[in-house]
Write a protein that binds this ligand. Structure first.
Ligand code: NAI
Ligand code: ISE
Length: 347
């Protein structure tokens, strides 16, 4: 039977996900939508020709009997309330990042899910499904470059809206690196320091841009991550892992190479929506398939969302203090062990 989705938040990524569930992916349909802007919810139904109902708010949508799974794509500060209500109702939940905007909020979700007694939540950390990152992980796990010593990465957006603030470089943007890097090297974060290079003239007065975030893992790996959200030239994601025996690096996003007028050139993407298209498809298809097969999602967990929120909070503290700040996590509950995840059975 199809997994029947209710979508909370029909903004930019909510519409992208509605489109992929209803037009591209297998085994699911969208039967319900809601948005604080009700006209936007209605518009989504019309644009994608959905046989779906519009609900006045998240609570009404979650209570709907024909909704098996909720997809939370509202603004970050609204996520925690919807996810907690979803868990209480025993619905499956795909939540866009961040799981919650505070470490305490993410921990409340972890505790609620454990109390419910079964995995329900998957967080939208789609990079774990990106072909390039998957290949990096396979190479590292196969010991092809020996022990990883350093990671260098960059997260560049061409521009950001006026509402984008200095802390959002961490909570909205770096959060993807925060998630994918500890997964890549299977290590925990220990401390973080943030530096501000010379500011670009393209950033508004309230925004520090670019920023350099330096994270140390418990195993001693040094991570240097550049965030530059007014880089002008394109959407550019770079990641290089330097090991004892060699180096692995993310491939350039595949695009045709043009030879013309004495130049060799290749287009660069301008929008995050295009860069991770396949990964967005894969993460939600995996959510659907694992629910249908095992009765529980198997992708990034609430615990991963908690790790990201704690780390982001330490990074923001380091932005403000200018000194090295510790990253202190609670001990991971056995509920979130790999083995426990794989042994989920149908409800
Ligand atoms: P957006 O502003 O385009 O859309 C958010 C929508 O949620 C709006 O239509 C708003 O009216 C609605 N909304 C806000 N609070 C609500 C509530 N309590 N109940 C129902 N609807 C509510 O924002 P965008 O870019 O779509 O981002 C949404 C979420 O997705 C954010 O958490 C963002 O961080 C995440 N995101 C993830 C990306 C990824 O690469 N995984 C990329 C872009 C966004
Ligand atoms: C946006 O919310 C995303 O999640 C994109 O992946 C990221 O590149 C961008 O910086 C964020 O604003």
């Amino acid at each position: 039977m199809n997994v029947r989705f209710g979508v909370i938040g029909t903004g930019a990524i909510g519409r992208e996900h509605i489109k992929r569930i209803s037009q591209t992916l297998a085994g699911a349909e969208v039967v319900a939508v809601t948005d604080v802007n009700q006209a936007a919810a209605q518009q989504a139904i019309e644009n994608f020709n959905l046989d779906a109902n519009v609900y006045p708010d998240d609570k009404a949508l979650i209570a709907a009997k024909d909704v098996d799974a909720i997809l939370v794509s509202s603004w970050g500060p609204a996520h925690e309330e919807s996810v907690l209500a979803g868990i209480e109702a025993g619905k499956y939940i795909f939540c866009e990042k961040p799981l919650a905007t505070t470490a305490e909020g993410a921990r409340r979700i972890v505790d609620a899910e454990m109390k419910y007694g079964k995995r329900l939540v998957q967080v939208g950390f789609m990079r774990r499904y990106d072909h390039g990152y998957v290949k990096l992980k396979e190479a590292i796990d196969a010991n092809e470059i020996g022990e990883p010593l350093m990671i260098r990465c960059a997260h560049r957006n061409p521009t950001v809206p006026e509402t984008y603030s200095t802390d959002m470089a961490i909570t909205d943007t770096l959060i993807h690196e925060i998630d994918v890097l500890h997964w890549l090297v299977d290590d925990d974060y220990a401390s973080v320091q943030v530096m501000y290079p010379r500011k670009t003239k393209h950033a508004l007065s309230h925004l520090r841009d670019p920023q350099i975030v330096m994270i140390e893992t418990k195993g001693g790996i040094s991570i240097t991550a550049e965030i530059f959200v007014n880089c002008q030239y394109g959407y550019d994601i770079q990641c290089e892992v330097i090991g004892e025996e060699g180096i692995v690096k993310l491939p350039e996003f595949s695009n045709i190479v043009t030879r013309k007028s004495g130049k060799l050139s290749q287009d660069i993407l301008m929008d995050w929506k295009d860069r991770f298209l396949d990964a967005y498809d894969a993460e939600i298809q995996d959510f659907i398939d694992s629910i249908r097969k095992n009765g529980a999602p198997q992708g990034p967990t609430s615990w991963d969302g908690y790790v990201a929120s704690v780390t982001a909070a330490a990074c923001v503290k380091a932005q403000e203090s200018g000194v090295t700040e510790p990253i202190e996590l609670d001990e991971r509950p056995a509920f979130y062990d790999e083995g426990a995840r794989k042994n989920e059975v149908s409800a």
